[in-house]
Design a binder for this molecule. Structure first.
Ligand SMILES: Cc1cc2nc3c(=O)[nH]c(=O)nc-3n(C[C@H](O)[C@H](O)[C@H](O)COP(=O)(O)OP(=O)(O)OC[C@H]3O[C@@H](n4cnc5c(N)ncnc54)[C@H](O)[C@@H]3O)c2cc1C
Length: 416
């Protein structure tokens, strides 16, 4: 019998393990591989979960979730500072660290947010999480390449079954499975009487233009964080590149920082907008249909020069794309509401910068940000089933590395 079984060994799980007392008997199970395998073979699951992605940690309570509304802003700030300190302890001191400033102009409808950021990149992320695994490996039992397929409650304890037919028992279970859909587990949750409340995915164009366009706004900063109504900017990379990322079978354009390859003359970022669905199945059907048309069963990326979508932007300078794309206007994949909001945002941005955005700016389709469907939990992240907790993105409360990590640290402390 374990004191605690954690399902998933991604970011939130790791920070929970780091904060749980070592006298507890803990087992962590992940459907993906161990860290040694992940160091040599790319994957999005296994030890560190999506922590082995671009590794951009934004230390702001305003970005990355509604965690503050659950545990309060003061606690979020406290845990954000702890997350940074832990990352540094395990080797992240060398990461690109910078501050974006709140340069709000009274006449601008765009809000510019202050944020301290640590951008590890994929190489340093691997090193940091490898160091964390070495530290945790004699304190926690790990089982990899086993998906948890069933959770039952028996006589006040939990019975956990994995895809390889292992069975374990625990007094408490922490679900930390990220935002990926989990058909088998969802059935278990339904059997336990738990109901999902929300299904959200954010979709946005990844935008690439000349870095110099943003000089007046950025000054010496590397990034500005922007918000206007329900649109917000995400993961800006000055002198970076746009790369392909295969996530859950969908190939999307993603930003890469300037230190991973030769710096480019461009800057890229995404402008996201939320989309809500009644059920997860409806959300996935919508995304599958969209990305089938974009990717065409391979890894095709569709992109458009801004002037081809709106004649209001004049083409003046050449913008050399850093990712190959096709401008397929017959694909029927343009989301009208997103396009309208994006163009409106770019016009407001022109006013704030007091300069023009070039018509040769590229809009790649589509960056996506998945939110775990939300299960009701109390302030301790405990669901309506006593002893069953949800943290990280599967709680529906976090959707970023730093906030997923905060939720883990917080629950670790609550359970000690
Ligand atoms: C491509 C990409 C890039 C991103 N880059 C950034 C970024 O730069 N900055 C940022 O702030 N956020 C970023 N995010 C978001 C961020 O990665 C997530 O918010 C964060 O990793 C969530 O942590 P988590 O612990 O909830 O889940 P994850 O880190 O996803 O970990 C979940 C783990 O659970 C395991 N699992 C799932 N189901 C089961 C099961 N049934 N049984 C056993 N194990 C299971 C998975 O294998 C996985 O290892 C990115 C997301 C994506 C998709």
């Amino acid at each position: 019998m374990y004191d605690t079984i954690i399902i998933g060994s991604g970011v939130s799980s790791i920070f929970a393990m780091l904060n749980l007392h070592t006298d507890q008997k803990i087992l962590t199970i992940d459907s993906g591989p161990d860290i040694a395998t992940r160091l040599v073979k790319a994957s999005t699951s296994g030890f560190a979960g999506l922590g082995l992605s671009e590794g951009k940690y934004n230390f702001s309570p305003d970005l990355g979730s509604h965690l503050s509304s659950k545990i309060g802003e003061a606690l979020v700030r406290k845990y954000l500072a702890e997350v940074e300190s832990i990352l540094n302890t395990f080797g992240a001191k060398a990461a690109l660290t910078y501050q974006s400033h709140a340069t709000n102009q009274s006449d601008s409808s765009i809000k510019f947010l202050a944020c301290h950021t640590k951008h590890l990149g994929t190489v340093l992320s691997k090193e940091v999480y490898h160091n964390i695994f070495t530290y945790l490996s004699d304190k926690v039992d790990f089982l990899f390449n086993n998906a948890v397929t069933n959770i039952e409650k028996q006589d006040g304890n939990f019975r956990i079954t994995t895809s390889e037919n292992h069975v374990f028992h625990a007094k408490k279970v922490i679900v930390a499975t990220g935002s990926k859909k989990n058909a088998a587990l969802n059935k278990s949750f339904a059997n336990l009487g738990l109901v999902y409340q929300n299904n959200r995915v954010d979709i946005g164009f990844r935008i690439e233009t000349l870095s110099e366009t943003f000089d007046s706004l950025l000054q010496n900063d590397l990034e500005v964080k922007m918000k206007k109504a329900n649109m917000y900017s995400y993961c800006m990379n000055k002198n970076g590149r746009v790369i392909k990322r295969n996530l859950h079978g969908r190939v999307t354009p993603e930003g890469q920082n300037s230190r991973e390859e030769t710096p480019s003359k461009n800057l890229n970022f995404t402008l996201f907008r939320p989309y809500y669905f009644d059920t997860e199945a409806q959300m996935n059907a919508y995304l599958d249909s969209l990305f089938d048309k974009i990717n065409q069963n391979s890894d095709r990326i569709i992109g458009y020069p801004l002037h081809s979508l709106s004649s209001e932007f004049e083409s003046i300078k050449k913008v050399q794309s850093t990712l190959a794309y096709e401008s397929d206007f017959t694909a029927n994949i343009l989301l009208d509401d997103l396009l309208t909001d994006t163009i409106d945002f770019l016009h407001c941005l022109e006013q704030s910068m007091q300069s023009k955005i070039d018509g040769n700016t590229l809009l790649y389709c589509y960056d996506t940000k998945y939110f775990g469907p939300e299960i009701h939990t109390n302030i301790r992240f405990e669901s309506d089933v006593p002893g069953l907790y949800f943290i990280g993105d599967c709680s529906g409360v976090t959707y970023s590395l730093s906030h997923a990590a905060c939720s883990g640290l917080y629950l670790g402390e609550v359970l000690n």
